[in-house]
Design a protein around this ligand. Structure first.
Ligand SMILES: Cc1cc2nc3c(=O)[nH]c(=O)nc-3n(C[C@H](O)[C@H](O)[C@H](O)COP(=O)(O)O)c2cc1C
Length: 308
């Protein structure tokens, strides 16, 4: 049987369609040094015995610590922990300097504010190509039930309950409004879903990946933004931003010099096209709605956002 060869970048992109949560996996090494690695390869394996796994890049500087550690902790991140995710996605001589944490089993750091935390005994280490597959036996856990931080196609995402398809009878006045049909969260979810479903394909037709489109639009709004600012505004990890910027520069849409990047003239044209897609989508979704009603709608949304 012949094995199909494929482009590593395309393969990674295809895998990115599988949305995941984000964890920071922590451990203490034999000499007491602490490490933590942002990882989305985490998964559950078995309920009895309670086993989980994740995979660690063999090139990671944290390998020695995980090899020696009797335990490791899986900190499942909550939606507002993007900064922590970005922090533990970079190599650093002391990743825990200035980071609040408690000490768990085997000295593995436990981070506050997570959705849940699993404390594991190191159970098995399997060879998985360019990664080690680390299996842990869960010996303790806590579950705060906070909304999780999600990751999809290179960008941080939020959990949105699936609103199912709209129930058209709500528009029939003779049926009256059910409590569900007038439930604001349910209405907002359905509206966002209706908006997004047709927006994705329109944006993809631009020939850019979502991450590339995001970087271009953020740079257009905030010229001269540095990497930290871009990470914040685009809600993407540094590695994804780097990749998007490299691809945009190769296509002549972005000019990069140390510490600075700017859209080129073709980049400016491309970003105008992207804004045109955004406006066309708005026009299509809100077609037939009075401008004055739209202004009220925007005001209500802004008030809700400001109040919370
Ligand atoms: C969203 C996201 C998910 C990641 N998932 C993994 C993973 O599952 N395994 C891994 O080895 N590295 C993963 N990384 C990369 C590591 O976090 C990063 O290489 C590591 O923290 C670098 O520090 P080190 O020197 O301790 O290896 C991920 C990065 C991001 C941004």
């Amino acid at each position: 049987m012949t094995t199909r060869t494929f482009d590593a970048h395309d393969f990674r992109r295809a895998l990115g369609n599988f949305a995941t949560g984000i964890t920071i996996i922590t451990a203490r090494g034999a000499d007491g040094e602490l490490t933590g690695v942002t990882a989305n390869s985490f998964n559950s394996v078995s309920l009895d015995p309670p086993l989980i796994l994740w995979s660690l890049d063999k090139r990671s500087s944290s390998n020695v610590v995980f090899e020696q550690a009797s335990h490791f902790a899986v900190n499942i991140l909550a939606a507002e922990q993007i900064d922590l995710s970005n922090h533990f996605a970079r190599s650093h001589p002391d990743k825990f300097a200035g980071i609040a944490h408690d000490s768990g089993l085997g000295g593995a750091p436990l981070l506050p504010g997570c959705a849940a935390r699993l404390q594991c005994e190191s159970f098995q280490r399997l060879d998985g190509g360019d990664h080690w597959i680390l299996v842990g036996k869960v010996v303790d856990f806590d579950d705060q039930g906070r909304d999780p931080l999600l990751y999809h196609r290179g960008a941080y995402s939020l959990l949105m309950p699936h609103p199912q398809t709209p129930r058209h009878h709500a528009a029939d006045p003779s049926k009256g409004e059910s409590r569900l049909d007038s439930h604001l969260l349910y209405l907002m979810l359905q509206a966002v879903n209706a908006y997004q479903t047709s927006y994705g394909p329109r944006q993809q037709a631009s020939g850019l990946e979502t991450s590339e489109a995001r970087v271009l639009m953020v740079l257009d709004e905030n010229p001269g933004l540095d990497l930290a600012g871009l990470q914040h505004e685009a809600a993407m990890p540094a590695s994804e931003i780097e990749e998007a910027m490299t691809s945009l520069a190769q296509r002549g849409l972005l000019e990069r010099s140390p510490g600075h990047c700017a859209l080129t003239a073709p980049g400016q044209q491309q970003v105008e096209q992207l804004w045109a897609i955004v406006h066309a989508q708005e026009e299509a979704v809100f077609a037939g709605i009075e401008r004055s009603d739209l202004e009220i709608f925007k005001r209500v949304l802004r008030q809700v956002i400001a109040a919370h």
